[in-house]
Design a binder for this molecule. Structure first.
Ligand SMILES: [Zn+2]
Length: 585
């Protein structure tokens, strides 16, 4: 195998890659390395759940870079039950509640969708985001797997060993929730009650994680649940099962339907989540599958799954780090395209894919972080650009270099980038001021650096488009910059001699300083001249006060506020003639 462990061997991704390769060679020498993620398309897939994919993706990518073949499975848990009607999703109404209990692939898509069902509709948005992020994976529809009978042997095996499974689950039932264990011991028909409770639960990352474990029926424990042959809901109770004939009887508590089926040929049901997950670890030979911190408690599906995969399916639990919560800062309510939930697609509208990848690559899975939709995104981009400069001049630390390399591309090559990555905050300011007017935007951007002017907006894309989307979707109207049409005569008239002189000096210097650097020198220099200092004088506390009040005066006169975009950018954007007019000259 090719070895190319350069400076990347010190970061968390590389350390997991070492472990995963070693484990894979021990368990399945010469076979592709298998890593896995699971996503439930029960509604808009939350941006926070992207960690479920990015953690194994980054490890898989490092393993590919070392020359190994990797399968990154993304299990679409689209055969899970539809648990609740999410809030705020366009194109649906209360009538979708009648589908609760059906497989997600049997629920109609929101009105106007181009997709055949609920699951496909929400999968599509995620799939597009994963493509843009450069995530290479094998998507596996659990609806396809189950309805094709792919897991037949595993299902029959689990049914044959239902008492053993029940015993494993029971160890944790008592630990986790004595009340639930008592209810189960009493063999009361708790099915309906449990379902209602499940429906009230807030939708967690994987909807499947909170599914019941198959207990609660009055006729014993069954780790398998059919979807009703009449109403398609999973509100069914298995009433008997015969191992030899594989004959299974169930009744539906929703519609009263009952039938006898043979599991040796029946394909409309699934293993309960706590058995389904470990079954698939064994079936696919998964070596690495992280999960959210909510899976780490005693009795959680990851912990219980570790016992079930070993004791029932003769398999091995994957290396499974718990990843911490990813939060969102400042997502404007109005902009969330789908149901008040920020999705990866929403993030990719305001930031380029490499930046989003970098947020995941630079933090260990157990570190939580926030994805910025507010002003913080500008600082984040500054940090990213500064990292790129350090990489270019060789002053970067090795772990930072590794995160950067993982962000800008994959084993398959580099992701699209912006040819002229002008500062995001500058682009945002310019777009803010020009309201997205292309000609004006190009004029301003080409004046930023007259020595090496931008010749086409495409050079600044896609970053320019992301900054524009950020301004229009995330920055509230009251924070937008509106350049005055007419001079503020009252304010101009109230200025003292010093104030008037400062404006005169500024206006006088405009033409000879008309670039980003030049105007920066000019706006900081005017208060120095007024104070009788040299242009390169070191700032004193008094000078800083004078600069601040000069800047505030300019903001008031140009945009009627005390602050705004950086002044050199603002001046360029407003244009010299209009600046002269608004400053009363
Ligand atoms: Zn039914």
């Amino acid at each position: 195998m090719a070895q190319s462990q350069s400076s990347t061997e010190t970061d968390w991704v590389s350390r997991f890659a070492d472990d995963v390769i070693a484990e894979s060679e021990r368990r399945a020498p010469g076979k592709p390395v298998v890593v896995a993620s699971g996503l439930s398309p029960s509604g808009p897939i939350h941006l926070g759940n992207l960690r479920e994919v990015m953690t194994p993706h980054l490890v898989a990518d490092e393993i590919r870079r070392r020359g190994y073949t990797v399968r990154h499975l993304i299990s679409w848990d689209d055969y899970d039950r539809y648990r609740k009607v999410p809030n705020g999703v366009p194109g649906i109404d209360e009538s979708w509640a009648e589908h609760i209990g059906k497989p997600l692939t049997s629920v109609p898509a929101p009105a106007g969708s181009a997709y055949p069902n609920w699951a496909e509709h929400f999968k599509a948005a995620m799939t597009a985001a994963l493509d843009e992020l450069g995530v290479e994976y094998d998507g596996i529809s659990q609806t396809e797997q189950y309805t094709a009978g792919t897991y037949r042997e595993q299902i029959l095996h689990a049914m044959r060993h239902r008492a053993d499974i029940d015993a494993v689950l029971d160890r944790y039932r008592t630990k986790k929730d004595p009340a639930a264990a008592g209810a189960k011991g009493g063999k009361k028909p708790q099915q309906q009650k449990k379902v209602d409770e499940a429906e009230l639960e807030a939708e967690a990352g994987s909807g499947a994680a909170s599914e019941d474990d198959g207990s609660g029926g009055s006729s014993g424990y069954f780790p398998y649940k059919p979807y009703c042959g009449n109403c398609e809901k999973d509100l069914t109770t298995v009433t008997s099962y015969d191992d030899d004939s594989t004959e299974l009887n169930y009744t539906c508590t929703a519609c009263g339907f009952a039938e006898t089926v043979r599991l040796s040929e029946f394909n409309r049901g699934k293993l309960v989540w706590k058995v389904d997950w470990p079954m698939r670890w064994a079936y696919e030979g998964v070596i690495f599958e992280p999960s959210g911190v909510d899976h780490s408690s005693p009795g959680s599906s990851f912990v219980v799954g570790g016992q079930i995969v070993r004791e029932i399916f003769d398999g091995v639990q994957p290396i499974g780090p718990m990843y911490a919560f990813v939060g969102i800062s400042g997502m404007a309510k109005m902009s969330s395209s789908k149901g008040g939930v920020p999705t990866p697609a929403d993030a990719l509208k305001i930031m380029e894919a490499p930046l989003l990848r970098w947020l995941y690559a630079r933090r260990k899975p157990n570190q939580s972080f926030k994805i910025a939709f507010d002003q913080e995104i500008q600082r984040l981009y500054d940090e990213w650009d500064s990292l790129a400069r350090k990489v270019a001049d060789g002053s970067v630390l090795s772990a930072d270099a590794a995160a950067y390399a993982r962000a800008i591309g994959t084993a398959a090559g580099e992701l699209p980038s912006t040819p002229r990555p002008l500062p995001y905050r500058t682009l945002a300011s310019v777009v803010d001021i020009t309201a997205g007017h292309d000609e004006q935007t190009l004029r301003i951007l080409s004046e930023l650096d007259p020595e090496n002017p931008l010749t086409s907006l495409d050079e600044a894309r896609p970053r320019l488009d992301r900054a524009e989307n950020w301004i229009t979707s995330q920055v509230p109207a009251e924070a937008r910059t509106i350049v005055r049409d007419e001079p503020d005569k009252e304010l101009l008239g109230s200025l003292d001699e010093q104030g008037r002189e400062s404006l005169r000096l500024l206006v006088e210097g405009l033409d000879s300083h008309w670039s980003l650097d030049g105007l920066t020198t000019l706006v900081y220099g005017v208060p120095k001249i007024l104070a009788g200092l040299e242009p390169d004088a070191k700032p004193t506390p008094e000078l800083k006060v004078a600069q601040r009040s000069f800047f505030a005066l300019l903001y008031r006169l140009l945009v009627s506020r005390d602050t705004g975009p950086r002044l050199p950018t603002l001046l360029l954007a407003v244009g010299a003639d209009r600046v002269r007019r608004l400053l009363g000259e």
